[in-house]
Design a protein around this ligand. Structure first.
Ligand SMILES: [Zn+2]
Length: 229
């Protein structure tokens, strides 16, 4: 019981900066289908989630080619995508980004998380999730949603109990047929907004899904780069 009360109070505190958002929050609108092209010529489809007015979190391998370690050449963001031709809001303007893994030695899920900071206040159009840097005890055995667009830009939604895998990763037993980088979030009783706790990164051959946790350093780096203006 204590744990639940603590979680609700903490989330209410973290939700305060969201007060300027539109009254109706739509998780799909705050989640982007990403079309990424890399300098090596590879392309990849991904997902990403707004967690502030300017900042989006996604998998690192949507920003660096996981096969060649090459940087992004360009990326378009389709928020609230419905099909190849329809979305709530498209962003193809300027942005900066960084990751915590650049895949110089092949794919590794451990730090497969990256951040995009848009030059424009994209969140004014899309809304944004809250975020929560939870401890192992807070996050273990919580039910979370995992959102991601599939290759046809249809939203996939998995609701599953998750477990802490390591200091940077979560896992759950369930296959999500979508692209990587979408939000792993809690939206419990008493929470006004859903709270992103990780980004979806990968699935293994046994049907387990993995997420890279939002850690304090990621949030601090975003703050230092003006994501929470
Ligand atoms: Zn490549």
């Amino acid at each position: 019981m204590m744990k639940k009360i603590f979680a609700v109070v903490l989330c209410l505190l973290l939700a305060l900066p969201l007060a300027s958002q539109a009254a109706v929050f739509n998780t799909d609108h705050a989640t982007a289908f990403m079309s990424s092209r890399f300098n090596c010529g590879c392309t990849i489809d991904g997902s990403g989630a707004m967690i502030s007015r300017y900042g989006l979190v996604t998998a690192a391998h949507n920003l660096y080619c996981y096969q060649h370690g090459e940087k992004l050449k360009s990326c378009d963001f389709y928020f609230g995508a419905k099909s190849a031709n329809s979305c709530w809001y498209k962003y193809d303007g300027k942005f900066t980004y960084w990751t915590y893994e650049d895949f110089e030695n092949g794919y590794d899920s451990t730090n497969d998380i990256g951040v995009v900071i848009f030059d424009a206040p994209v969140g004014d159009e899309t809304g944004w999730f809250g975020y929560w840097v939870g401890s192992d005890r807070d996050l273990n055995e919580e039910y979370t949603h995992v959102l991601a667009y599939d290759q046809y830009r249809h939203m996939q939604d998995l609701f599953e109990i998750q477990y802490v895998y390591s200091s940077t990763e979560l896992y759950w037993q369930g296959w999500l047929g979508g692209t990587a980088g979408g939000p792993v979030y809690l939206w419990g009783e008493g929470m006004e907004y859903p709270m992103v706790v990780a980004v979806y990164t990968a699935a293994d051959n046994d049907g387990n899904g993995y997420g890279r946790r939002l850690t304090a350093d990621v949030i601090q780096d975003m703050r230092d780069h003006g994501a929470f203006r």
